[in-house]
Each structure stands twice: as structure tokens, then as C-alpha cells.
Write a protein that binds this ligand. Sequence first.
Ligand code: UN1
Length: 507
Amino acid sequence: MTQSFPTPAAHARDLLDKLGVPTPPAEAGQPVRGPIDGEVLAHVLHDDARMIEAKVSAACRAFLAWRIVPAPRRGELVRLFGEELRAAKAELAALVTLEAGKIASEAAGEVQEMIDICDFAVGLSRQLHGLTIASERPGHAMRETWHPLGPVAVISAFNFPVAVWAWNACLALVCGDPVIWKPSEKTPLTALATHAILRRALARFGDAPEGLACVVQGGRDAGERLTRDPRIPLVSATGSTRMGRAVAPLVAERFGRSILELGGNNAMIVTPSADLSLALRAIVFSAAGTAGQRCTSLRRLIVHESLVDTLADAVETAFQRLPVGDPRAPETLLGPLIDKAAHDAFVEAMNAVRAEGGTVSGGERLLADERPDAYYVRPALARLPTPAPCMQSETFAPLLHVVPYTSFDTALSIQNDVPQGLSSCVMTNDVREAETFLSAAGSDCGIANVNIGPSGAEIGGAFGGEKETGGGRESGSDSWKQYMRRQTATVNYSGALPLAQGVRFDL
Ligand code: UN1
């Protein structure tokens, strides 16, 4: 492993200074450990109940002012934020690498995703279009208007510590909503850095209300407090299906709205007509990239029986050759897992494959002597003769299951036969297979691709999935509508009072 970098702790101190993020002394805060060497990067203060209450109250007050600011002016704040992000891209990306363990190029991609959603939201700020609707009554006009909703809570996960918040926050801000952010306990520093960048945009903007955006640091309790709060009409939460099961009923109980982006168990079908060199690159990036820690990571490979051995051998070789190490090194393609718990889950998932009749290659822990408190691994390929129960659950690690199929219909059934429904793809040059995959009888996922892997979606489309993935949609398309309330208004400009449906009620 290259030794030419400062220790992650020293590197983090330098970046936090450059980004303008003050951190408390060790005795006052909670330690934040980084995955590169498992050492403490810095400390952060957790919010107690009183501090959370103050932040939510401030957001409610900010809403009253922000909702009447014209939407294109609200867009100006997001435009400035995009400018500040461009200026701070390198430092923020480097901090993402230190805190989440992503390789430099993927961390830069994550910040780029924030910049992209800023641009999208700025355009949107002039396009929060409603409808005019033909009224059945003479002298009446009917219309549908979208109004700001209220404070939005964003609960984000460690693996996209800043981009997923940005998808939500940029839309929420142009839609007229304050944003309360509860980042993952594993990645609080990138949240503070993002907020420091946002504060610079707010200062340039000039007259945004106090409390328009805040960060609530803490664990499950802090998240639960926000989830239960009736003053927060929308909770957008990214994380495990287990987390979603806790959040959804609490929000529903108070008739709040939730956007849930939960587990994925994403598959690729490789058919006989596929371009195999394209398929191989797509497989390795989506299965091993980000150390298999994307919601969209490839977990199941369903390959035509005529190709399965050849393709599995090629994937195995590629996995063996992937450079694993410090994610700051330009040659590294695979950084560490986030922590020991992630490694334990990886080992357990490989054991389940073996117990169910499969074989596993790869999966060894690497660099344990040099970095005993960090968890670097060789990606693992699990070959199974037929789909097995171990393929039903998501393990957030680079573990790819491969099974053969005989007919395309069977491949589709295998693809759909899991509780999750986030992302999916088919590698084929056969138009019948491609269109069948995308049809109503094809993939049941929120994302379905042809000739690209399941991960790495652009912000312009709606992002999210069905079944246990939670049903939410974030970022592009018309996802913005969830951050607003819809109002149907009818105006009578006649001198009469005709009733709809021809009802007569003459006094
Ligand atoms: C996630 O893993 O939660 O499509 C989000 C992708 C990224 C976003 C992933 N643009 O892989």
C-alpha cells in the first residue's frame, strides 16, 4: 500500500480547516472513525432533545418566510450553492473518501451528482407547473397549484453521504421547504462540510430565513424524534429495509408522507447475444465498485447456461486483479468496507452461500497486518447451481452471486423473485429480449437498464424502487411533486351558483 499520504486523521483536519468546519475538542464530542485505517478522524457534537427541538422550531419559522419567496428566487440560492460546490469539489470529495472510503474518482462523482442536482433544481424553480382544468360549470375556472409543503427531514446513509441529501435538499429548497438533515452516524463530517458550503451560498444570497437548513447529529433516537414530529410533513429516508420498517409506520401513524429508498438486490441478466466485454466491465464496476456498498450494486448475475462458466471465470479473474487499497491512491479501484460490522456481514453471507451448496472464490480480508482496524477485502464471486435462499437478502459488500438460466422467461422470474425492487439490467443485442425486459411483464424494479449495469444512475430520472425498496422516488423527473402540496382551486366568476353533477339545492 502506498505510504505517500498523510494519516487520515491529519488529512481530515486539513480538509475540515480548508472547508471551514470547526470541530469540538475530543472530550466534548463523539469520535468519528474513518474506514481507511479505522482511526478517529475527528469528533462531533451530538444533538440532544432540546437542541433538536430548537432546530425543528427554527425550521418551522423559516418555512413561514421561505414559502412566500418566489420560486425562481429560491432557485437562486440553489444556483449559488452549485457554484460553491464547484469551488469546493476537490476538498469535499477528498473528505468523502476519508469518511466513506470511496475511491477518489467515485467521491468526485458523488460531488458532481450534487452539482448536477443543483442545476436541475435551478431549472425546476421556474417550472413548478400546475394545471388548468376544464370546469363542467359555466363561468367557473379550475386549476391545480403546487404549494410549499413544510420542513422536510432527510435521513441519509453512509454510502452516499452527501449526494442523496442534495437530491432531496435542492428540490425541497426550490419547492419552498426548509431541510433538516440527519446524516448517518458514520459520516457526520461530510454533512458538516456540506453545510459549511451551503452557509457560504446563504451568505451570498443575503436574506434567507434563519433555520432554513440544519444538521441534526445523532443516532437512532435523533432520527426517531424527527420521524415522529408532526411538524415535519415529509421524511425522506435512505437506508436498510430494517430502518424503513421502523420509519414508515411512525410517519404513517401521524399521516405524514415518507420517501423511502431502502435495500436493493439488483440483478443482471446476460443473454447469448450480449456483448461480453461490455458485460464484463459493467459487472465488475457495479459489483465491486464502491466496495459493493451502493444500493444499486450488482448482487445477482443470471447468465445463460451456455455462457455461465466462461463469464464467471472472466469475472473471477477480474476480481483477482482489482487493485485494493487506500482509496486515495489513483491506482486503487476498491477501497475499504465501512467498518467491522460490514465485514462480519460479508463473511456471514459467504458462509450462507457455502451452506446452501454454492462455492465462493475471493472474499479474503486484505492488508490486515498494515491496517488491523480497517476492512479491505477481495471481492467475492459465489457460484450457485440454482437460485438459493441466500440470494434473497442484501449484503452491503462486494459479493456477487451467479446462477445459470435456460430460458429468458426463467431468467426474468429469477430476476423478479426477490423481496427488493430497486435496479435491474439485461445485457442483450436481441430487441425482443430488451423490450420484454422493459415491458409490463418484464423487470419489476424502479430502474431497468439495457446494456449498462444497475448502478450509476443519472440525476435526471426518478430514483427509487418497488416492494421492500420502499416505493419512494427521488431526484429527477417529477419527484419534486412530493415536496409540495397539491391544491385544486375552483373560481366562480359568474353571477350564478350552479352545483357540480347537476345537483339542485334551491332555497
Ligand atoms: C445509493 O446507493 O443510495 O445510481 C444511491 C447510483 C448512484 C446513487 C446510488 N447515482 O448508483
